[in-house]
Design a protein around this ligand. Structure first.
Ligand code: 4AD
Ligand code: MG
Length: 479
């Protein structure tokens, strides 16, 4: 008989049918007459209960069925008397596929802290929490492609190795084949990248946007979904050195169209999770509530599923950066009475504490801030007539702060060139970007959604290292 996945067995109703299941043992308990084995194969948050009448089996075999071992079971689908499960398997034959030495296995049949699990990240997939996160992450990837495909957007693969710095922040990982012990220098003593693999200096991409614009200005509506890399030395719970970003780019969209799309898109993703991942969400929600038991009521977060529904059902608040600055200068965060970084007026860069104050305390809803000062935003953003602001938008979420950054793009060749010169960007090397504004330029817009920030919100997890399987952060590149 062919293997049936645990999730499918749990849905079955043909009592008396013989099935085969394979997976990893979570626990084995019982007495010398009967043993109950909880089996998981990653397909469900629920374990499948295997009932083994001990006298029917070899004693040595039973002993080898320990937490973490892999087994194959043939058995009869039976109604379960246990609570929380309709069916179980009455074992006919059991084979141990892979032994697991219980004394050496780091995972015990109990709740482990997330910190501990981060230390044994290679085994995290075997826990309920990371099983749930992995299934939700998959569902969200699928939903992203679904959303854009239904809207007629094309998925574009943009390069991972690039010669440009899209965001101009200089936070790049260099790519080189040069021998570190013998770096060629030019006459001025600078590294001579002409001898490197690509004949020039290259880096891992910080964003696929600039290449995405090339595609959008021919295909109308495109999106990228790729890994991006930032060497920002911020060891926070919201930053990774390697993260995944979804970047739609649309011709003939102004900033309002861009905001509408960002709101529709994020709501679609939340809704998709509510409709397709309910069992995993319920598990994570319970986990979170247990973790927050000790906290004061005002410090506890909203129940996870309630929070997702709330975001789906309510309009996001839209206001300008300047309006937000006014609010922030005239308010006091309840507890400390002041912000760690004071807001000094127009030109202040907003920190997570300010973003979260606006969302969590002031409006109590997701917020889209627009029209930021030109001085704190990237070169490609559309300049406003006031000469001070750009048509930028940041979408701010509770618990996260910035989840999306985007803008209408500067479509005027002259204005773009002027801005690039002011910022000393290499206009010759970026001829390909400028060409889009020379040949049939049109108003266009786009944004970037940080996929792991979205995952933080959907799962209610609080550390970004827990929503990506293999996190990369300063001093952390295991595997
Ligand atoms: O605001 P950012 O830097 O915008 C861009 O890269 C634009 N090129 C996007 C565009 O308009 N096409 O980054 C976009 C989003 C942020 O809002 C945040 O969600 C996420 O990417 N992000 C990070 N996520 C995890 N770790 C980091 N170090 C991140 N930096 C940005
Ligand atoms: Mg940003």
């Amino acid at each position: 008989i062919r293997r049936t996945k645990v999730a499918d067995v749990l849905r079955q109703t043909e009592i008396g049918k013989e099935v085969n299941v394979k997976g990893w043992v979570r626990t084995r308990r019982g007495n010398k007459f009967v043993n109950f084995i909880a089996l998981n194969d990653g397909s469900s948050i629920h374990n499948l209960q295997i009932v083994a009448d001990v006298p029917k089996f070899d004693e040595e075999l039973i002993k080898r069925i320990t937490t973490g071992s892999a087994i194959s079971v043939n058995g009869i689908l039976s109604e379960s008397a246990g609570s929380g499960q309709k069916v179980e398997i009455q074992a006919v034959s059991i084979e141990v596929i892979g032994d697991c030495n219980a004394d050496e296995y780091p995972l015990q049949p109990k709740k482990h802290s997330l910190e501990f699990l981060r230390e044994i990240a290679h085994l995290r997939f075997r826990t309920n929490t990371f099983g749930a996160i992995t299934r939700i992450r998959h569902a969200m990837i699928f939903a992203v492609h679904n959303f854009f495909s239904q809207k007629g957007f094309y998925n574009i693969h943009t390069p991972i190795i690039t010669a440009s710095d899209a965001e101009g922040a200089g936070e790049m990982f260099r790519v080189t084949t040069l021998d570190v012990n013998n770096i060629p220098k030019n006459e001025e003593g600078a590294v001579d990248f002409s001898q490197d693999f690509f004949g020039k200096s290259t880096n891992l991409t910080v964003s696929g946007q600039l290449e995405g614009e090339l595609a959008a200005l021919a295909m109308s509506e495109i999106y990228t979904f790729g890994p991006t890399f930032r060497a920002e030395n911020s060891n926070t719970t919201r930053h990774l050195a390697e993260f995944w970003m979804i970047e739609p780019e649309m011709a003939f969209y102004d900033l309002n169209d861009n905001m509408d799309l960002a709101e529709e898109f994020t709501k679609y993703l939340m809704n998709y999770a509510l409709e397709n991942c309910m069992e995993d969400l319920e598990f994570l929600s319970k986990r979170l509530q247990e973790e927050e038991k000790g906290k004061k009521a005002e410090d506890r977060s909203m129940e996870l599923i309630e929070k997702l529904r709330f975001v789906v059902e309510n309009d996001y608040v839209r206001l300008t950066y300047s309006e937000a600055i006014d609010i922030l200068m005239n308010s006091k965060p309840q507890k400390k009475g002041k912000f760690q970084y004071p807001v000094n007026g127009f030109g202040s860069d907003l920190q997570a504490e300010h973003e979260r104050f606006l969302v969590e305390k002031h409006f109590k809803k997701p917020v889209i801030l627009t029209d930021y000062p030109m001085s704190i935003k990237a070169f490609y953003m559309k300049q406003s007539d006031d000469g001070k602001t750009v048509r930028a938008m940041d979408v701010l979420f509770p618990q996260i702060g910035e989840i999306i950054g985007g803008s209408q793009r500067e479509e005027s060749y002259d204005k773009l060139l002027e801005r690039m010169r002011a910022l000393h960007l290499p206009e010759k090397e970026m001829y390909w970007y400028l060409d889009t504004r020379r040949f049939g330029s049109v108003p266009h817009s786009g944004f970037g959604l940080g996929f792991e920030r979205l995952m933080l919100f959907v799962t209610g997890m609080t550390n970004i290292r827990d929503v990506i399987p293999f996190p990369r952060s300063p001093k952390n590149a295991e595997f």
